[in-house]
Design a protein. Structure first.
Length: 251
């Protein structure tokens, strides 16, 4: 039997109670990682806690809480090998409809939290090395007319990732930083968007048809890309983008 791909590693995953975060936590658990999992929905992490994970409430926009969460992981496990900046929101709104409040909330949760997480991970990892994986989106690569704030936030994640990757490489920290760019994935967030539409089934069909492969992605498919970047298999990969989109951005 092959060795678990994350055996001996400690991973911190934000937004781990549902969707891509939960799928990633489950996959990492199967691959031997020790887990520190955070979410506003701590109850949603209970099953992982019962199996030995450290579970913590976290508002990822809170600077002080980031220090507390990383320190708690270090105290519990003695090291931090991977950070998965996954927590995020999507507020629909074009340039005429979006409010400044929507804009600021989206930037705080989707991009400022990635800055805070990367900064704390570098502090924790620079003596030993590690991997940071930031969850962006295809909306960080191409535009969407109805999601101005979301596109801006996910574009920021993409270039924050590259800046961190270059800095750590040039400092000799052995910390890799990469981004993952999913398209429409079958998560609760996407489902909420679908059911809130005037014509849900028409929207569902449109999201599936957006990818040349003719369907939406599964959280487990995104988690598999994240696993690769967190593992030693990607030891020469930094500042890169892995796109998990069924061919959407290839058009």
């Amino acid at each position: 039997m092959s060795k678990p791909r994350l055996e001996g590693k400690v991973a911190l995953i934000t937004g781990a109670a549902g969707g891509i975060g939960r799928a990633t936590a489950a996959l990492f658990e199967r691959e031997g990682a020790k887990l520190a999992l955070t979410d506003l929905d701590v109850a949603g992490l209970a099953a992982f806690a019962e199996r030995g994970a450290l579970t913590l409430a976290q508002d990822v926009t809170d600077e002080a809480r980031w220090r507390e969460v990383v320190d708690a992981a270090l105290q519990r496990f003695g090291q931090l090998d991977a950070l998965i900046n996954n927590a995020g929101i999507a507020i629909i709104g074009n340039i005429e409809a979006a409010t400044l409040e929507d804009w600021r909330r989206t930037q705080a949760i989707n991009s400022e939290s990635v800055f805070l997480g990367c900064r704390e991970a570098v502090r924790a990892m620079k003596g030993q090395g590690g991997s940071i994986v930031n969850i962006s989106s295809v909306a960080g690569l191409i535009g969407d007319a109805q999601s101005v704030a979301y596109c801006a936030s996910k574009g920021a994640v993409r270039l924050t990732t590259k800046s961190v990757a270059l800095y750590c490489a040039r400092k000799g920290y052995r910390i890799r930083c990469n981004s993952v760019h999913p398209s429409f994935t079958q998560t609760a967030m996407v489902e909420d968007f679908i059911v809130s539409a005037r014509h849900p089934e028409r929207v569902r069909e449109g999201l599936a048809a957006a990818a040349p492969m003719g369907r939406m992605g599964e959280p487990q498919e995104v988690a598999a890309a994240i696993l690769y970047l967190a593992s030693d298999e990607s030891s020469f990969t930094t500042g890169a983008e892995i796109v998990v989109d069924g061919g959407l951005t290839a058009q």
